[in-house]
Write a protein that binds this ligand. Structure first.
Ligand code: ADP
Ligand code: MG
Length: 269
């Protein structure tokens, strides 16, 4: 999807942002991501913010707007490790979210990287956060319709579900932030770790070293191995199907890593 230009935003919203943060000196589109029509760092004379915006469809929200609504909903409950939502506006067919800008870099997930410890600390915190009632979307939804029992993945833990390195920022002070809460859900707490496995593999881990790293999380350690096997099975099935139906460059390598792990667990047919 191409990102629309800042100039596409409703004039009233651009004006409101300018009034608050000063004359715009620079606009830098994000280097990654594809869920919003606009995702840019906006540098004003008096402050820098991160703006995510999406166009509504004539009759309904559309996937980009739906993603932003989830981000807005969960934001007040995850302020410890998510950029604060400063402003949310619906105007002229747009949903515009203005976030605190986090100056930071993405973590290196490769084996032995010091960033892994920093990220682990934040994941521990996230796992301790009680799930707000507004997060009423079960993670099991994503494995419906492919056959197989998704109930081992059900639960009440708050799950980000997409902690890939591009959705994590580490500040110069080593504070860790998770961005992109588009897929926030509730489910079994260890599903968060499972979702990280393909990203650990793509950064150079073996399935064994990835699982060894995950062992530090009580939820992963205490999970029933047959539940994890079922997750590996269904996750492979879902991404195999998606690979057939959706053409996106990253899905092939992602699926290969999912399969590598599933094969390590001995659940591939
Ligand atoms: N609040 C923020 N401050 C600074 N950079 C951010 C912020 N939110 C997101 N980013 C950067 O923008 C990129 C895209 O944002 P993200 O929320 O992941 O959007 P998408 O839904 O398009 O993936 C992220 O990978 C991150 O590098
Ligand atoms: Mg993202």
């Amino acid at each position: 999807m191409t990102r629309s230009d800042w100039d596409d935003l409703p004039a009233s919203e651009r004006e409101a942002i300018t009034n608050q943060y000063g004359q715009i000196k620079d606009i830098r589109p994000a280097d990654s991501g594809n869920h919003a029509d606009i995702a840019s760092t906006v540098i004003g004379e008096h402050g820098t913010v991160f703006v995510k915006a999406a166009r509504k469809l004539p009759e309904k929200d559309g996937p980009e707007v739906t993603s932003l609504r989830w981000e807005a909903k969960v934001n007040p409950f995850v302020n410890e490790f998510a950029p604060r939502l400063l402003r949310s506006t619906e105007v002229e067919g747009w949903l515009v979210l203005v976030f605190e800008h986090i100056p930071g870099r993405h973590p290196d997930y490769s084996p032995g990287s010091c960033d892994l410890d920093l990220v682990a600390k934040a994941v521990h915190l996230l796992q301790k956060t009680s799930p707000p009632a507004v997060v009423d979307r079960p993670v099991t939804m994503r494995w419906h319709g492919i056959g197989g029992d998704a109930s081992p993945m059900s639960g009440q833990a708050l799950l980000h579900t997409d902690i890939n390195a591009k959705n994590v920022l580490i500040t110069p002070e080593d504070a860790v932030y998770f961005v992109d809460w588009a897929f926030v859900s509730h489910g079994a707490p260890w599903v968060e770790m499972g979702q990280m496995i393909p990203w650990l593999l793509s950064a150079g881990h073996t399935p064994a070293s990835a699982e060894k790293w995950l062992h530090q999380f009580p939820a992963w350690r205490e999970a029933d191995p047959t539940s994890i096997d079922q997750y590996a099975r269904l996750h492979t099935a879902v991404w195999t199907r998606r690979h057939e139906m959706v053409s996106a460059e990253w899905i092939g390598p992602y699926l290969a890593d999912v399969r590598r792990w599933a094969s390590y667990r001995g659940v591939l047919e």
